[in-house]
Design a protein around this ligand. Structure first.
Ligand code: NAI
Length: 808
């Protein structure tokens, strides 16, 4: 084509990035890679390799080791051996390693970007300008945390050996999100990259060598799902961090339930992209390009559901189609390409199948007239309109460049549609009205909300999901906490299964245990006859009879019958959940209001202190009873104090944006209260959940469920809205299953024995609810340093980051 002709057509010419440096790196390794274990390259124990291919042309790039159980075992051993020394380094020494890694990522950024594009198929523009700079930023940011760790987290210790499993959509970036916080907090790591994209992780292993990182601190074992499974099941791993599909996330939840492994899951999404009629439509279209066509739509937080206000739907659709027609699809190493290749043939087939299904369900499919390269795995940008909200393409993650469009009329309809998904990873809101945008953002069930922007990420801003998009956060201060535990908790002894009193000062037997006094003298001492109390369930602010009509006898430690408590069943739990769901006024109440109500609770408990202590003494002895009441009042005071102080944060990412990190309540939390301190234990776990704005279904101590009667009197007289706290007495073994399997319960907290903790986790697999347990360990409820404060509140909230741009 002559220059004159080019002036007329204004066509882009090809602008390919030179792959030479990457291909010579591959050649240097003979295009065959072993595992990186204990600072050295180890061929796979079983001698098995698999190919990784360039999705832009389907050609083999290299053979990579398939990790076996033996390889994983060797890597975990290396990580375990390296752990004590790595933990004993000073904060500053660890910070220097992270800093060195950040520098090396920058130094080799071109090679990393090209290799990433060759292995994954993403446009070089994206790996060069987004992925790799964010990788470096992550290591710099966490080098900073490593430096500050001793000052800021002196009470915490690392989990130990961490197993990390990552997906193929952002191979090196996901590695950075996992490895940087783990190392900064003193953990050692075994990481398994995705089978489609292992190469940049192997190059990163070389950077670890170059940085002089001690052997065994980072181990990289390549392989497919079987290798991941071996890592998840390895008994000497203390934590698993996973990013990938919800299906595998569920399998990992189930596989780790019976262990003490900490778990964080970053799973799929079906994020809404909401456009109001006052939005700047030209900016919105550019936002959509980033929202759904970035990385070929293979983004967990892709804005894959477009919700348009009816009045602008037509105009926006036209603008969008025009823009889609100008998107350039082609060889990902071409610097002028917008859309590269899909990662693998199987993923391409998955996208095709889902789009066909959507069309069969009534959607209209529109694609621009583009020619796709003849080799490799490509899919054109696609718009599905007339999509019904229940259609498979509106509900399932497609993980491809496919946008499903719907319309709405009012803001409340937009919120309803947006939240009509099992996921809750991210959302976008486009409106020129800050009031509307922030009002809607607050109502969206999503871990990240971008206002008038899309797919913004920064190491300082936590990222992670609500609901079936997983739990735990990556990035920010909250991300660090995923890799640490309070030092005392890690050392805490197992809870004795028989009734036990924990604090040493109360460690003698309950006062009248084995009391040899005759029944008459006991009756004379008591203000009331022996069988005086029959409590009820407390649901929706009312005392109600149990559905079953049965009750359990409650006996003192000397065998005297103290009263009867109802045996709650499935129906009672369902009623309690419904009541808790309806009590949304509690979450919406201002923090000041919640504090006031909690202060009233403390006041009312204080007024009844003597009678409550007297009754409780029958079970735990006078000393413990008096202490439970006294400390119980103090504990409520503490959470009343915290209610309006456990604030979020405002982050300043390195763009013209602020990110408002809100501490939002999780929703409805089911709490299995500790047996060993019937009053104080109840208050220690229910009050933080309430203070943070959750509604609660509590199963009180099986040892003394009669405490319910005292508690509902306190709540009834304290202006606590009906349904904010519901109490269902009965056997944990019978109630837990219904609570764990109930889709409207958002979290389970269990403070019982080890078996109960394991059951809570195993039974919560269904809707992947957040589970927090004592792991069957003893918590000294009488020590405020351990039994109250931030650690409890952190579990009672989930952070939502709302990104708002500023400037023109
Ligand atoms: P996947 O969830 O199977 O793979 C993610 C990682 O988990 C890979 O490293 C894989 O080897 C590993 N893995 C697989 N089975 C495992 C097991 N049983 N135990 C431990 N680790 C295991 O995702 P896949 O098959 O690559 O993609 C399927 C779909 O998942 C995609 O179409 C997309 O919808 C979704 N996905 C979502 C991602 C996200 O970031 N949310 C990332 C990747 C996929």
């Amino acid at each position: 084509m002559s220059i004159a002709e080019k002036f007329v057509s204004m066509e882009y010419g090809p602008a390919p990035e030179d792959p030479k440096e990457a291909t010579s790196w591959l050649d240097r390794h003979g295009r065959r890679f072993a595992h990186f274990i204990n600072g050295q390259w180890h061929p796979p124990a079983a001698g098995e390799y698999f190919d990784t291919v360039d999705p832009s042309n389907g050609e083999k790039l290299a053979a990579v080791a398939q990790g076996s159980v033996a390889d994983i075992d060797a890597a975990v051993k290396a990580a375990r051996e390296a752990s004590p020394k790595w933990q004993s380094l000073t904060s500053h020494a660890r910070a220097r390693y992270l800093y060195a890694l950040a520098r090396l990522v920058q130094k080799h950024s071109r090679l990393l970007a090209v290799l990433e594009t060759m292995d994954n198929g993403k446009p070089i523009r994206e790996s060069r300008d987004i992925d790799i700079p964010l990788v470096a930023r992550h290591f710099y940011y966490h080098a900073g945390w490593a430096q500050l760790l001793e000052q800021e987290f002196s009470e915490y210790v690392p989990c130990g050996v961490v197993g990390q499993i990552i997906p193929w959509n952002f191979p090196l970036l996901m590695l950075a999100w996992k490895i940087a916080p783990a190392l900064a907090t003193g953990n050692t790591v075994v990481l398994k990259p995705a089978e489609f994209t292992p190469l940049t992780a192997l190059l990163f292993a070389e950077l670890c060598q170059e940085a002089g990182l001690p052997a065994g601190v980072v181990n990289i074992v390549t392989g497919d799902g079987r290798t991941g499974e071996a890592l998840v099941k390895h008994p000497d791993v203390d934590k698993i961090a996973f990013t990938g599909s919800t299906e595998v996330g569920r399998a990992i939840r189930a596989a780790t339930a019976a262990s003490h492994k900490r778990l964080s899951l970053e799973l799929g999404g079906k994020s809404p992209f909401i456009v109001f009629e006052d939005a700047d439509l030209d900016s919105t279209v550019e936002g959509l390009v980033d929202g759904i066509w970035f990385n070929q739509g293979q983004v967990c937080c892709a804005g894959s559901r477009l919700l348009m206000q009816e009045s602008i739907a037509e105009a926006l659709t036209m603008k969008m189609q025009e823009r889609m027609s100008s998107l350039r699809i082609g060889a990902p190493l071409d610097k002028a390409v917008d859309i590269g290749a899909i990662v693998a043939r199987v993923q391409l087939e998955r996208i095709r199948k889902l789009v066909d299904q959507g069309v069969a369900e009534g959607a209209t499919c529109w694609q621009p007239q583009v020619s796709l390269p003849s080799r490799g795995f490509y899919y054109p940008p696609t718009l599905l309109s007339n999509v019904h909200p229940t259609s498979v393409v509106a509900q399932q993650e497609i993980f491809g460049p496919v946008l499903a469009a719907m319309t709405f009329r009012t803001p409340s309809e937009a919120v309803e549609l947006a939240n009509n998904t099992v996921y809750g990873l991210a959302a976008c809101v486009w409106s020129e009205s800050t009031n509307v945008a922030l009002h809607v953002a607050a109502q969206l069930k999503a871990g990240v909300v971008w206002v008038n922007c899309t797919n913004m990420f920064d190491a300082a801003c936590g990222f992670g999901g609500y609901r079936e998009s997983g739990f735990g956060r990556e990035g920010g201060r909250e991300g660090l906490l995923e890799y640490m535990e309070p030092a005392w908790f890690k050392k805490a002894p197992a809870l004795k299964t028989e009734f036990s009193v924990l604090s040493s000062q109360f460690s003698e037997k309950p006062e009248n245990a084995g009391d040899s006094r005759d029944q008459d003298s006991i009756a004379n001492d008591s203000p009331s006859p022996a069988i005086d109390r029959t409590v009820k369930l407390y649901i929706g602010g009312k005392q109600v009879r149990p559905d079953s009509g049965y009750s359990m006898e409650v006996r003192a430690s000397d065998g005297r019958l103290l009263g009867e408590a109802p045996l709650g069943n499935r129906k009672d739990i369902r009623n309690a959940v419904e009541a808790a769901r309806k009590a949304s006024a509690w979450a919406k109440a201002t923090a000041h209001n919640r504090a006031q109500v909690l202060y009233y609770c403390a006041e009312n408990l204080s007024q009844r202190r003597d009678e409550i202590a007297h009754r409780l003494a029958d079970i735990v002895g006078e000393k413990q009873a008096a202490a439970e009441v006294e400390l119980g009042i103090q504990r409520i005071f503490s959470y009343a104090a915290w209610a309006d102080k456990f604030d979020g944060a405002v982050h300043n990412p390195p763009f013209r944006n602020i990110a408002i990190a809100m501490n939002e309540p999780i929703g409805t939390v089911a709490v299995i209260c500790p047996r060993e301190a019937p009053l104080l234990g109840f208050l220690s776990v229910v009050m933080p959940a309430l203070a943070a704005g959750n509604t609660v279904i509590a199963v009180p101590s099986e040892t003394y469920p009669l405490i319910t009667g005292d508690l509902y009197q306190v709540f009834d007289t304290s202006d606590l809205p009906g349904g904010a706290v519901n109490i269902v007495t009965g056997y944990v073994s019978q109630l837990l299953k219904t609570l764990a399997e109930h889709d409207d319960v958002d979290a389970i907290w269990s403070f019982g024995d080890e078996a109960t903790a394991a059951s809570a986790k195993a039974m919560s697999v269904g809707n992947l609810k957040q589970v927090w347990t004592n792991e069957g360990r003893a918590i000294d409820w009488f020590d405020p340093k351990l039994a109250e404060g931030r650690w409890f509140l952190e579990h009672a909230v989930q952070v939502k980051n709302i990104w708002v741009p500023y400037g023109e």
